[in-house]
Design a protein around this ligand. Structure first.
Ligand code: PIF
Length: 388
């Protein structure tokens, strides 16, 4: 179904820079962590200076930057080769994190939404914060070739020098009648308190492929832990097996660089990360795709629901380099959220998300209303809670 993309079409010239560079961090993270030992850190309001000017809903959108791999997968008849492209897509989701250990994404307000309409890439994406405690973000991305959806919740484990982020939830993909499912690996931010922060991912992604006929194939991709001295840093290796467990393809590469099919020296490159913009170190380590995510074009303003992240004032002020203003707005927004929570509690009402609903397996799925409402009657004619 065609979606009118007024103000956000292929011809749009997207920005190539953020309005402001990142300021030097002057937060004493240690004192925050020390005074919250044993506490669930998602229940501690962190200073805005620790944030990057994107939130977890937008971070989920970054996972589809390399969606051309899904288009290729959809047009590949051989199921094992198709799995190779899907594995490359699953790995590519981590590429942007390589330069991002410096900050954390904003924690969206309950009911906050984010849309990303990219006719040039062939997808339309929506996301919503469906739970506040614990924080849960749900997203749904569609194109003529695929549907991709997931809900993500993180568990933090603080180890002193590092922090592990253990994601929960299942990532799902549908290519016509075929279903693929996998879960994410563990991420670890090293040198959380001092020194140069860096990020590592380790564990196994196991992609299960099923059709109405049953399980067809499996792909396991292992993200290796780096050995001391940084040797083999960021390495991944994987294999695609058929329903009898026979290895059909092998894969290797680095999640921040590229993925290859076969064995060296005669391997074929399946995916390569895009080059980073110049000066990205000063601009939160954002990729070009990340730079575009929070841009608010004039033509888009009247089309978005008021709950869209692009209208969130603290995140916008941080993007513009106004730290004091951002901190003030963050606190104000959090007070408003607490107030809404109190009213709900007093009236014994549980919050229900606007664009997502619970599936039988308890995961969050799109309720399919967003793009129809956007078109007719249009969000400007609908009521939305005042989030900020
Ligand atoms: C606030 O969120 P913050 C807290 O949730 C606070 O409890 C709440 O008040 P309430 C506020 O309204 C919230 O704004 C805290 C926490 C959020 C996540 C999950 O934004 C994603 O102040 C984590 O942050 C991904 O942050 C991290 O949780 C990837 O956003 C890097 O736990 C953390 C992050 C830990 C710090 C990492 C530092 C890395 C540089 O009264 O409603 O309870």
């Amino acid at each position: 179904k065609e979606i009118s993309s007024n103000g956000n079409n292929c011809a749009v010239k997207r920005r190539e820079r953020l309005p402001s560079t990142r300021m030097n961090e002057s937060v004493n993270l240690w004192s925050i962590l020390r005074s919250n030992i044993g506490k669930d850190l998602s229940k501690v309001a962190m200073p805005v200076q620790l944030n990057e000017p994107l939130n977890t809903l937008q971070r989920l959108c970054e996972e589809v930057e390399y969606c051309h791999l899904l288009d290729t997968a959809a047009n590949t008849h051989d199921p094992h080769m198709r799995m190779v492209y899907i594995a490359a897509f699953a790995v590519s989701a981590y590429a942007c994190s390589f330069t991002r250990a410096g900050g954390k994404p904003f924690n969206p307000i309950l009911g906050e939404t984010y849309e990303c309409l990219r006719p040039d890439k062939g997808f339309h994406f929506i996301a919503e914060q469906v739970s506040h405690h614990p924080p849960v973000s749900a997203c749904h991305c569609e194109s003529k070739n695929y549907t991709f959806w997931q809900d993500v919740r993180w568990k933090n484990k603080f180890w002193g020098k590092s922090m592990e982020i253990v994601p929960m939830g299942v990532t799902r993909l549908e290519l016509f009648a075929d279903r693929y499912e996998w879960s994410k690996v563990t991420s670890c931010i090293h040198n959380i308190l001092s020194g140069q922060r860096w990020i590592e991912h380790y564990g196994e992604i196991s992609i299960k492929h099923s059709t109405t006929m049953g399980d067809v194939s499996l792909c396991k991709v292992t993200f290796l832990k780096s050995r001391s001295g940084g040797l083999n840093a960021n390495e991944v290796e994987g294999m695609v097996t058929d329903s009898n467990g026979r290895v059909i393809h092998s894969l290797f590469g680095k999640w921040n660089e590229a993925l290859y099919l076969g064995k060296p020296p005669s391997a074929t490159c399946i995916w390569r990360a895009n080059p980073m913009p110049e000066d990205h170190e000063q601009y939160y380590g954002f990729t070009q795709f990340a730079i575009e995510l929070n841009e608010l074009e004039e033509g888009l303003k009247p089309l978005l629901p008021l709950t869209d992240t692009r209208f969130r004032p603290d995140q916008r002020l941080l993007e513009e380099g106004d730290i004091a203003g951002a901190e003030e707005q963050k606190e104000r927004t959090e007070v408003l959220q607490r107030e809404r929570r109190r009213v709900l509690q007093e009236n014994n009402i549980t919050h229900s998300p606007r664009f997502f609903k619970r599936a039988e397996d308890d995961s969050w799925v799109s309720n399919g209303t967003y793009w129809d409402l956007r078109k007719d009657p249009g969000f400007s004619k609908l009521e939305f809670p005042v989030l900020w």
